[in-house]
Design a binder for this molecule. Structure first.
Ligand SMILES: C[S@@+](CC[C@H](N)C(=O)[O-])C[C@H]1O[C@@H](n2cnc3c(N)ncnc32)[C@H](O)[C@@H]1O
Length: 240
C-alpha cells in the first residue's frame, strides 16, 4: 500500500432520506476533498448526490465532484470500459494524495457499482475502505412496517429473477426482490406458483418525497423499486 496516495472510500448513503446517513458517513462527507458521484447518463441527476447535497452545501472546505458515467446496459465489455474510465478518473485524484469518497445508494457491499471500481483500484495498489449504509431493503421494511426475519426464518435476497429461483423459493420465509423493473412477469408467475399463503408488498422511492408502498407487484418500470414477499406469517407494525 502506498501511504502518500489518497484512499478510495465507498460510502453508503442509504435509500433516500438524508436522515438515514450514518454519523461516520456525514463526518467523512464534511471533510473529504473529492466526491465521486456516479451517474447513469450525462443529463440525469445523481440520486446519491441529491441525498448528500445538504451536507455538501454546509461544508466549510472546498471540494471537488467527479461524475463518472455508469450506463444501465447489459453489455459486459462496454460496462468494463466505463469502469476503467471511472477508475482512471479516481486514480488521478488518489495520485495527488487526495481521498475520494464514492457515494452509492444503500450500502456499498450490496449490488453496487462501487465494487467493480474498487476491485480495479485495489489491484493498482491503492487502499480502499467502505462505510456501510442502510441498505434499501431494510429501509423498505421499515417504511412498510414489516419484519424481514424472526427466529430461524430464512431471508432470500434476489437481484435477478430467473430459473435458479425455483429451487430456492421453497426454503425462503421472506423474499426480497431488488431491481424489479427488469423482471416483473416471470417474478409474478414464480411467486404465484408457490402453494403457500403470501403477502406481497412493493416499495418505490423509499425514503423520498414520492415514496409509494402498495400491496402486489409493481406494474411500472420504476428503477428504485423493491418487492418484499412474506410467506405464511404477515406481521406488520403500525408506524408511530
Ligand atoms: C444497484 S441496486 C443498489 C442497491 C444498494 N446498494 C442497496 O444497498 O440497497 C439498485 C436496487 O436497489 C433497490 N433500491 C435502491 N434504493 C431504493 C429505494 N430508495 N426504494 C426502493 N428500492 C430501492 C431497487 O431494487 C433498485 O433496483
Amino acid at each position: 500500500m502506498n501511504n502518500s496516495k489518497g484512499r478510495l472510500i465507498g460510502i453508503g448513503v442509504g435509500p433516500g432520506d438524508p436522515d438515514l446517513l450514518t454519523v461516520k458517513a456525514v463526518k467523512t462527507l464534511e471533510s473529504v476533498p473529492v466526491i465521486c458521484s456516479p451517474k447513469s447518463s450525462k443529463n440525469k441527476p445523481s440520486v446519491a448526490l441529491s441525498i448528500v447535497q445538504g451536507i455538501l452545501d454546509g461544508r466549510e472546505y472546498e471540494y471537488k465532484v467527479i461524475e463518472p458515467i455508469f450506463p444501465m446496459i447489459e453489455d459486459q465489455k462496454a460496462l468494463e470500459s466505463y469502469w476503467d474510465l471511472a477508475a482512471q478518473l479516481i486514480s488521478k485524484e488518489l495520485d495527488e494524495g487526495r481521498d475520494v469518497s464514492f457515494i452509492t445508494l444503500g450500502d456499498p457491499s450490496i449490488y453496487s457499482t462501487f465494487s467493480y471500481v474498487a476491485n480495479l483500484i485495489e489491484k493498482q495498489g491503492y487502499s480502499v475502505e467502505m462505510i456501510p449504509g442502510i441498505t434499501s431493503f431494510t429501509g423498505c421494511a421499515a417504511s412498510a412496517g414489516i419484519t424481514l426475519g424472526e427466529k430461524d426464518e430464512i431471508i432470500l435476497v434476489v437481484p435477478k429473477v430467473d430459473e435458479r429461483l425455483k429451487g430456492l423459493l421453497e426454503h425462503a420465509d421472506t423474499m426480497v426482490i431488488m431491481k424489479t423493473s427488469r423482471h416483473s412477469k416471470m417474478l409474478e408467475e414464480i411467486i404465484e406458483g408457490d402453494p403457500r399463503e403470501k403477502k406481497v408488498l412493493s416499495i418505490q422511492n423509499c425514503g423520498m418525497d414520492d415514496e409509494k408502498i402498495f400491496e402486489g407487484f409493481a406494474k411500472n418500470k420504476r428503477y428504485l423499486s423493491t418487492t418484499i414477499v412474506k410467506f405464511n406469517d404477515f406481521k406488520t407494525h403500525e408506524k408511530s
